[in-house]
Design a protein around this ligand. Structure first.
Ligand code: PEP
Ligand code: MN
Length: 339
């Protein structure tokens, strides 16, 4: 917020404006010009409407300019209360921390069914699996497409778990909407604004992953694209960012969880599978995410990771996933939540 004083405003009027800003919780930063004084306010950059009004009516004030932030609907100021996103019968963003689990890729009916039964048995609340895969190389497996979506629907039919799957191409939107309960936007597409607008218009719950090189502010602007279409069902997913470190596939940005919880009302899901890239680091980072305040976690699970067509090295075998679930329960309890 910027307070512009009238040219020739008396020193007492400038002082009164500064005192009022302090009373309202802002830190005034006056800039004395030749003709007039401008006072910048540090605190809430945007300025609450009632504060803008209170300052506008002071003597000697010419105008008050609220600075609009890059994102608005996603901001905590817009909605101090946490947003809850409902997927099937699962509510994300309340006391319970849902666990989304399943393979990176849908490979066959047998593979999906076996994993779906195992994760359900271990306590997962949603199932994941990619039917359209955003592979870094065009020569690797690209996903089973519509056949994969049908297999996911069979897994839902049998286990009752809602299904999450990635949408890559707006042309596939109708098909994915028909079979899935939540649309995943992958890291590589997080700034594909045309796709974000389309999933916004679909009204479907969206799991928006953070791009590997997007800042938290840019990430929130991606969410803003979906929200601006009138779709409030957005979950943000931290999945690791690219840094100089090569010991892990990505650097899982645990910091992002409390930072996002402060800046946005949207639920935060942690993905330690892509965040680390190695199965042995997945459980520790899953537990850390819950302790840091994540509203849910998403974990890649494979019944035979050695022969998985994608991301086998970061996939937990079902028995390891079960152990993760057992360890997660007391961590959630320690921070006042439950699995
Ligand atoms: C995935 O979830 O399998 C995936 C491709 O994730 P990301 O977009 O985060 O790389
Ligand atoms: Mn994957």
């Amino acid at each position: 917020m910027i307070v512009v004083m009238k040219s020739g405003a008396a020193p007492e009027q400038i002082q009164k404006a500064k005192d009022t800003m302090i009373e309202l919780g802002y830190q005034p930063h006056p800039i004395e010009g030749v003709l007039r004084t401008i006072i910048g306010a540090v605190g809430d950059e945007r300025g609450k409407p009632e504060d803008v009004e209170a300052l506008s009516i002071l003597e000697g004030v010419e105008k008050v300019i609220p600075i609009l932030p890059a994102y608005k609907l996603a901001s905590r100021e817009f909605s101090p209360e946490d947003t809850k996103v409902t997927v099937g019968d699962v509510v994300v963003g309340n006391n319970k921390v849902p666990v989304i689990a399943g393979p990176c890729s849908v490979e066959s009916e047998e593979q999906v069914m076996e994993i779906a039964r195992a994760v359900k048995e271990a306590g997962a609340s949603m199932f994941r699996g990619g039917a359209y895969k955003p592979r870094s190389s065009p020569y690797t497996f690209q996903g089973m497409g519509i056949e994969g979506l049908k297999i996911l629907a069979m897994a839902r039919e049998e286990t009752g778990l809602p299904i999450g799957t990635e949408i890559l191409d707006p042309h596939d939107l109708d098909a994915v909407v028909e079979y899935a309960d939540v649309l995943q936007i992958g890291a590589r597409n997080s700034q594909n604004y045309a796709l974000l607008k389309q999933v916004g218009q679909s009204g479907m719950p969206v799991l928006l992953k953070r791009g590997m090189s997007t800042t938290i502010k840019e990430f929130l602007m991606c969410a803003e694209y979906i929200l601006a279409e009138g779709n409030e069902n957005v979950m943000l997913c931290e999945r690791g960012i690219r840094t100089f470190e090569t010991a892990t596939r990505n650097t899982f940005d645990l910091n992002a969880i409390p930072v996002l919880k402060e800046r946005t009302h949207l639920p935060i899901i942690a993905d330690p599978s892509h965040g680390t890239g190695y199965w042995q680091y997945v459980t520790p980072m899953a537990l850390a995410s819950i302790a840091a305040g994540a509203d849910g976690i998403i974990i890649e699970v494979h019944n035979n990771p050695e022969v998985a067509v994608s991301d086998g090295g970061q996939s937990l075998k079902p028995h390891k996933f079960k152990m993760l679930m057992e360890k997660a329960a007391p961590v959630a309890k320690a921070v006042g939540r439950e699995i």
